[in-house]
Design a protein around this ligand. Structure first.
Ligand code: B1M
Length: 217
């Protein structure tokens, strides 16, 4: 009930209603991950459709993102608790960022939070990250994994540029590359030579664990 209410309120950009519904869903024992993935993320998809149809404009997208981020402040401690149960025996070091030309950061940050809570070390390069910055980070931190996020069809192609650049510098072989974001698919991941793709933050944690050879018991 509270889940559905949170979704509808976010679509209607009713901030207080979203925050209250999120609190009440948590109080009634709904997992934070279900609130984020099952309710708030669905609302964002609907908001995207409203934008596409010309019913919402950029101002509404900005407001929706701001409400989502405020809700995340309430949800983050519980999300971390939940993700810490996805136990990790082999800690990965992961460099993550939203690729050049793209400023969408909500999904990427959510993935980073969950990975960290699951016990991995995350270096978050932020948004609008050019290939050179990924290369620099790989040279500096020697991560096990590089994660890229893209929400725009136009910026998703840039992931290939990053992979090519890492290859050109001789850094690709020691690395696993994972990608995600609304503009990507598992086929696309294969096509550009990434090692894995995840549809959401929980699957991203599982993907990292499987790439690191960790099994869930
Ligand atoms: Co923009 N936007 N936006 N936007 N925006 C989309 C993505 C869009 C699909 C809306 C639409 O038209 N239906 C559309 C892209 C169309 C396309 O290219 N196919 C779009 C557009 C067009 C644009 C602009 C170009 C609009 C304009 O200016 N004319 C512009 C681009 C700016 C830029 O980046 N250069 C723009 C701007 C913005 C805002 C800044 C206003 C705002 C973002 C604010 C912010 O992030 N701080 C915004 C928003 C909010 C959206 C929608 C509505 C919501 C995105 C979101 O936060 N979702 C979005 C609609 C949609 O996605 N359907 C849309 C919630 C979030 C939890 O989900 O990010 O998908 P998501 O992350 C998920 C998974 O994808 C996955 O796990 C996450 C958590 O479960 N995942 C990974 C993500 N990264 C991963 C990485 C991994 C693994 C999994 O491994 C490394």
């Amino acid at each position: 009930m509270a889940l559905e209410k949170a979704r509808i309120c976010l679509v209607n950009l009713e901030r207080n209603c979203v925050l209250e519904s999120v609190k009440s869903a948590l109080e009634s024992g709904v997992p934070a991950s279900e609130i984020v993935l099952g309710s708030l993320s669905k609302a964002m998809e609907e908001i995207g459709r409203l934008y596409e149809n010309g019913d919402y404009f950029i101002a509404e997208l900005i407001e929706a993102a701001s409400i989502f981020k405020e809700a995340m402040k309430i949800l983050e401690p519980r999300l971390k608790e939940e993700a810490s149960r996805l136990k990790t025996t082999r800690r990965a070091r992961i460099v993550i960022g939203t690729v050049k030309g793209d400023v969408h950061d909500i999904g990427k940050t959510l993935v980073a939070i969950m990975l960290q809570a699951a016990g991995h070390e995350v270096i978050d390069l932020g948004v609008d990250v050019p290939a050179e910055k990924f290369v620099e980070a790989v040279e500096k931190y020697h991560p096990d994994i590089v994660g890229m996020s893209a929400l725009l069809t136009t910026t998703a192609r840039y992931m290939k540029t990053v992979i090519d650049e890492l290859e050109r510098k001789g850094l690709r072989r020691s690395l696993k590359i994972i990608i995600g974001g609304a503009a990507t698919t598992s086929e696309f991941a294969r096509e550009i030579g990434a090692d894995g793709w995840a549809p959401n933050a929980i699957e991203a944690v599982k993907l990292v664990d499987s790439l690191m050879g960790i099994r869930d018991e």
